[in-house]
Design a protein around this ligand. Structure first.
Ligand code: FES
Length: 115
């Protein structure tokens, strides 16, 4: 069984039927024309892959690492179910996962002089 993911943006839902698991949410989005930037290509150096996981799914995910939490703190529009899309790897257990794309994002690499 391959996992299906529902991406939500601007009150629209886009169902993606991914052909393989072991991909990150960021990779799935980019493979299917869903607009998530992923500026650092998953190296935990930006927060442009910020997504908001539906509450019903959040506790089914593996805990975020400290590095992910540190980077999330710098994301725009942070919520209690925010995650970085490059850090969530698909599995069949995540079939039906729903995530929302924030309306704005923050690339911390561009703000180095502000801190
Ligand atoms: S792509 Fe940069 S932290 Fe996920």
């Amino acid at each position: 069984m391959v996992p299906n993911i529902i991406f939500k943006k601007n009150n629209k839902e886009i169902l993606v039927k991914e052909k393989s698991d072991k991909l990150t949410i960021l990779e799935v989005a980019q493979n299917n024309g869903i607009e998530i930037e992923g500026a650092c290509e998953g190296s935990l150096a930006c927060s442009t892959c910020h997504i908001i996981v539906d509450k019903e799914w959040y506790n089914k995910l593996k805990e975020p690492s400290w590095d992910e939490e540190d980077m999330l703190d710098l994301a725009t529009g942070l919520t209690v179910t925010s995650r970085l899309g490059c850090q969530i790897v698909l599995s069949k257990e995540l079939d039906g996962l729903k995530v929302t794309l924030p309306s704005s994002k923050n690339d911390v690499r561009l703000n180095k002089n502000k801190y």
